[in-house]
Design a binder for this molecule. Structure first.
Ligand SMILES: [Cu+2]
Length: 756
């Protein structure tokens, strides 16, 4: 915690001025690495407040296949629960599309009405070399169409052989096992390089069954127990299987570096405990071309990338079971009742297809030894189709077009000035303009006759009669100043005004038919959502201060970051129809602009305790508090992580690195009323972690939730992991409102990594 690798790691590697050893090889000589980098410092880019890389990254990724979980101990970050590899990071209470997430520089977009395939789900934890987090205040060169902050995920930079070395050949292999859910993963990486050409490949696969909670959680406030088709402690719809591959080619010639990254992901199954559907197929292909050049005047970076996503949803096994015997309508085990028709349905296929084209040009101009000017232009063209093929019963006879030919194009220009007027002062000032243009084609329901269920025909006709083209002009500003009072105290002050336009689902999802609306839900609360074409962009103004008190060598440190954000036109939700909205149930809601504010504090610290024959002992801590308020209703904002504290007692001895971790989380009772957000109780968890590093071998092991506590995930949403999920509020005892998704019970994990 608070351990800080120098951010130049990425900047230097990208600029091609030095080839960086992979973090896997760095292991114990992290300190040395820092020193090397610092000596090469020119005007340093503003350090991101947090970075996860090197040994810290390796320790964090043992036992998880979800890249977002690598951010769990980053100050200010909390995670919305989703599928096993798709958690959505929130920064200071703002999540999902409100956070700019770049994977190897690409702005990836979740193409799914439930945001099941968010950006970080496209890179395996074992392929990540570093994660940098900017909370709230973001330099405009890294911001854009987001208000909460920025997360930069980078895979390993290319390595080249030294000029007199001839060839460089490297390989790495790893495997992990987690007892809860019987989860395992395998990853391999290999690279070969001359002094000018480098080729590398990384592939990984991970698989898990449903996990088990620390006890029986299926007690439903409304109806007693839910259907008992699964053991009472088994969390339905938490299984997954993923496959990720990256091929990276790079050429280096003097001060020029050209990189081509080709990525392919195939997720045959990822089930969702807080969604009514499951992801039964996700295929993404990416090509990413990047040029970096060093010139007398500075550095030039050019990048273009193209991604296609094919996403498919239907009911996974735990959601399919109910239908056979109870309804007499749908097949139990997936055997289709043929032919489909008004009395026979075979599931509910939902397809989403998208393409994303991105292009970026950035110039870092060295004005002097102490001043840097960054100029940049970015373009992104996004296309999305979301359609549901006929499957019978009410979902019949035609195709339901949720979004037809959705378009969202962004054009951005920015200028950013960074300076070090005196050795103690560092300042940054930037302005960024974005134009966001959106449009979509005509829609239709399954059934186009006036008697179709849920008012489909009339709502489709009204939507089609509207002009749906929208253009937003968004102005972003940010200013940061850092001042070293002396070698043990640093003060940092930031102000930012950041703007995000609504996404395609927020503006263009059109049906209030509960069955259809409940398929559109990006937050896992079980409600149905209807869009609003006239939504305005969200505008967030943030003020943040960091006081950083530390030993000159950072053996101990204490950091406090209080922050305040006011969001005008925050996209919250209101009842779609006041007359039918009820407490303690799922409802149909509509996105609406409302004023909101968020404030809180992050506290982190670490201190050495003692040193004896058993090693060096230390204490690390992280405390986070966030409060979110809807200023119009006075209610809380949805999914705000309650007050929480993580303390770790660490021990280092030779190659051993061990820790006892205690996590304390308060009750979540500051709730979004309109969403009928479920209260969750406070809890304490104990984790044990160990690792040993040799020159070419690293082993990680541990026990998470040592005491097998049964607890609800505060940000896990509503449990929809089994039973009859298609009815909004079923009355037959299955899956009523009121059960939260529980966290994982006791779990043993072990991970092994070898490098050659
Ligand atoms: Cu989906």
């Amino acid at each position: 915690m608070g351990h800080h690798l120098h951010p130049l790691t990425v900047a230097m590697a990208l600029s091609g001025t030095m080839a960086l050893t992979s973090p896997a090889a760095a292991t114990e000589d992290v300190i040395e690495l820092e020193e090397i980098l610092v000596t090469g410092e020119r005007l340093a880019a503003f350090q991101p407040p947090s970075e996860v890389s090197g040994t810290r990254l390796e320790a964090t990724r043992a036992g998880t296949h979800d890249t977002a979980r690598l951010l769990l101990r980053v100050p200010g970050v909390s995670l919305y629960g989703a599928g096993g590899v798709s958690s959505l990071p929130a920064i200071h209470g703002l999540a999902d599309d409100r956070v700019r997430i770049k994977v190897d520089g690409m702005d990836l977009i979740a193409s799914c009405p439930n945001h099941m395939n968010p950006p970080l789900s496209y890179i395996d934890p074992t392929a990540v070399a570093s994660l940098q987090v900017y909370a709230g205040i973001v330099p405009v060169s890294l911001a854009g169409d987001s208000i909460g902050g920025t997360i930069l995920a980078e895979s390993a930079a290319p390595e080249f052989a030294a000029p007199d070395e001839g060839y460089l050949v490297k390989a790495e292999a790893g495997s992990s096992y987690r007892s809860n859910g019987n989860a395992y993963s395998v990853n391999v990486a290999a690279s070969a390089a001359t002094d000018s050409f480098s080729i590398s490949y990384a592939g990984s696969t991970a698989k898990s069954d449903n996990y088990k909670a620390g006890g029986d959680f299926k007690t439903n406030k409304a109806t007693g127990r839910q259907d008992q088709t699964l053991p009472l402690d088994e969390v339905g719809s938490t299984a997954y299987e993923t496959r990720n591959q990256i091929l990276n080619l790079a050429w280096q010639n003097g001060a020029h570096l050209l990189e081509a990254k080709i990525g392919y992901q195939d997720i045959p199954e990822e089930l969702f405990p807080n969604q009514r559907m499951d992801m039964l197929g996700n295929e993404a292909t990416r090509v990413n071309l990047k040029y970096t050049g060093d010139f007398d005047w500075g550095r030039l970076k050019a990048q273009t990338d193209y991604e296609t996503v094919t996403h498919f949803m239907d009911f996974g096994p735990d959601k399919r079971f109910w239908y056979g015997p109870a309804s007499g309508m749908l097949a139990v085990d997936g055997t289709p009742c043929a032919p489909i028709g008004s009395t026979c349905a075979a599931g509910m296929p939902m397809d989403t297809e998208s393409t994303t084209l991105g292009a970026r040009l950035a110039a870092d101009i060295d004005l002097s030894d102490t001043q840097l000017l960054r100029l940049g232009a970015e373009y992104q063209a996004y296309r999305l189709d979301d359609y549901w093929s006929p499957s019978g019963a009410n979902m019949y006879p035609g195709t339901f077009w949720n979004i037809n030919d959705g378009q969202r194009d962004r054009l951005a220009l920015y200028a950013e000035w960074e300076a070090r007027p005196t050795p103690q002062w560092q300042t940054l000032l930037g302005v960024r303009y974005e134009r966001v243009e959106m449009d979509t084609g005509d829609v239709q329901g399954y059934n186009t006759t006036p008697s179709a269920p849920g008012n489909q025909s009339a709502e489709a006709a009204a939507f089609n009669a509207r002009d749906r083209q929208q253009t937003d002009h968004n102005l972003n500003l940010s200013a940061l100043a850092r001042y070293d009072l002396d070698e043990t105290k640093t003060l940092e002050l930031g102000v930012a005004h950041l703007v995000r336009s609504p996404n395609l689902y927020e503006r263009y999802v059109w049906s209030s038919w509960p069955m259809a609306a409940s398929m559109n839900n990006a937050v896992g609360d079980g409600n149905g959502y209807v869009g609003d074409i006239d939504l305005e962009p969200e505008q967030a103004s943030t003020l943040s201060l960091t006081f950083d008190w530390h030993a000159p060598d950072r053996r101990w440190e204490l950091k406090a970051t209080p922050y305040y954000t006011h969001v005008s036109d925050f996209i919250d939700a209101v009842a779609f129809d006041d007359a039918s909205w009820k407490p303690d149930q799922f409802n149909v809601l509509q996105y609406a602009n409302q004023d909101a504010r968020l404030y809180g504090i992050d506290l982190t610290g670490k201190a050495p305790l003692w040193q004896n024959a058993l090693g060096r002992f230390g204490l690390e801590g992280l405390l986070s508090y966030t409060k979110g308020e809807n200023r119009e209703t006075g209610a809380g904002l949805y999914n705000i992580m309650p007050l929480n504290l993580t303390l770790a007692l660490t021990q280092q001895l030779g190659g051993w690195d061990n820790a006892v971790e205690v996590i304390m989380v308060d009750t979540k009772d500051d709730l979004s009323e309109v969403r009928n957000e479920i209260e969750t109780a406070g809890y304490t968890l104990v984790n044990l972690r160990g690792s040993h590093t040799w020159a070419r071998v690293r082993i990680d092991f541990g026990i998470e939730n040592l005491l097998d506590r049964l607890y609800d995930l505060p940000l896990g949403g509503a449990y929809l992991g089994q039973g009859r999920t298609m009815a909004l509020n079923p009355t037959d005892g299955t899956l009523a409102w009121g059960t939260a998704v529980p966290g994982m019970g006791r779990s043993y994990y072990v991970g092994l990594n070898l490098s050659f």
